[in-house]
Design a protein. Sequence first.
Length: 131
Amino acid sequence: RLCTELPWDDDQTVRGVLYLGRKLLQVAERDERIAFEIYGDAKQVQCAGDLTVNGNVLGDASALSIKTSGDIFGNCSTSALNCRYVKAEKISGCVAACESIECNTVIGALTCKSIKCKKIEGSVTIKHEKG
């Protein structure tokens, strides 16, 4: 059954939400964190909790923390990011631990093996291969 009384457009974005009865809860209304897990690729994702994607995110991703087994090909907004590869216009508000990051702007802290970025506001750690 399709619900038409939601506070967002029908834009094909996967949204992880939590209801108490028929009331849509906001992040500030609950004490515990929630986690969502997606199996397969996701086009775009917005989540008010922790997000795990067992696949790629083919668009933008927004969550408290994001972990993927694949890559992210859109903008990313999170406090903690763990993935293989990110190609984005902007990564904001996060501590990222990735194999490779390619973007125009990073606001936060990065730890990865490869960074290609025009502007970084924050700290960067590059892990060198031993050998």
